[in-house]
Design a protein around this ligand. Structure first.
Ligand code: AMP
Length: 268
């Protein structure tokens, strides 16, 4: 589902469902599109048959929240986390700046994600206005119940966390991926995350100030280890069903967390 107002992205969601659930899920998604503060003037729902393409079964990333009482501390921790994952200081800082001011060339929120060279910080997505949208991912019914329970136990009740965790899990299995950075464009939702195959899903409760409607996503890649076409094909087309949950740990400080991840910090 994608909802927009005056061609500006408002909200989106992805599901993988059995054929008999299409109608009820479509209704759910329309309600979701209309529940945003700003009423959309366009809601599109695209329904694709997966045919004989069996979804790839994945285990969700482990989840941890690092204490970040305000957006400055959140962004500083995100910068460190990205460097721990192998992103250069320059590329990480540039992506944070791009997202904070509206990452499309016209300075608006993108509908999809930037693809960023993890070393040079160059933007690689073919359409910088739109970005690339991860599609075709969802939780199995059992894993969804399990993750709701585990996330609630650490105080994370919002559906956004669950959906972002599903997206991040798909993306960390993409060819050439190094890390992902995201914060929401919803002005009331200040949380975001850094995710990587080695660190898991590292949530930060503040990556922006309340009331700020800029947000976005960056997929950092090692451009030498894959072709862009392969990466985009995976992001758009490969169906992924998350059938198993990971660990969901209590909030801790960045110092404690990074001490347990003694990886080489990319300071370039
Ligand atoms: P949200 O957390 O839904 O507010 O999304 C935050 C930002 O991530 C949006 O402004 C988009 O730029 C980007 N985004 C949202 N959904 C997707 C997706 N499915 N694939 C890639 N990027 C997305």
């Amino acid at each position: 589902m994608h909802a927009s107002h005056h061609k500006q992205h408002l909200s989106g969601a992805e599901r993988i469902v059995a054929a008999e659930k299409i109608e009820s899920v479509a209704t759910e998604l329309v309600q979701r599109a209309q529940s945003k503060g700003c009423p959309p003037d366009r809601i599109s729902i695209t329904i694709d048959a997966l045919g004989d393409r069996m979804p790839r079964a994945l285990q969700a990333l482990d989840v941890i929240t690092l204490t970040a009482p305000d957006s400055d501390s959140g962004r500083s921790i995100a910068l460190t986390a990205l460097q721990h994952a192998g992103v250069s200081f320059h590329a990480a800082r540039k992506a944070i700046t791009d997202i904070s001011r509206g990452a499309s060339p016209s300075g608006q929120v993108m509908r999809g994600a930037m693809i960023v060279d993890a070393e040079s910080g160059s933007r690689l997505e073919p359409d910088q206005e739109r970005g690339v949208r991860a599609s075709r991912f969802d939780w199995s019914d059992e894993a969804k119940d399990d993750i709701k329970r585990k996330l609630s136990a650490i105080g994370l009740m919002h559906f956004r966390t669950r959906e972002a965790l599903a997206l991040a899990t798909k993306i960390t299995h993409a060819p050439g991926i190094v890390a992902e950075l995201c914060w929401s464009d919803d002005p009331e939702y200040t949380a975001g995350y850094v995710a990587s195959p080695g660190m898991g899903y590292v949530r930060l409760s503040h990556l922006k100030k309340s009331g700020d409607s800029n947000g976005g996503r960056a997929f950092f890649v090692n451009a030498e280890s894959f072709t862009l076409a392969e990466f985009i094909e995976y992001v758009h087309q490969e169906p992924v069903l998350i059938v198993e949950t990971g660990n969901c740990r209590q909030e801790t400080t960045a110092e404690i967390f990074f001490a347990g991840h003694p990886t080489h910090l990319n300071t370039r």
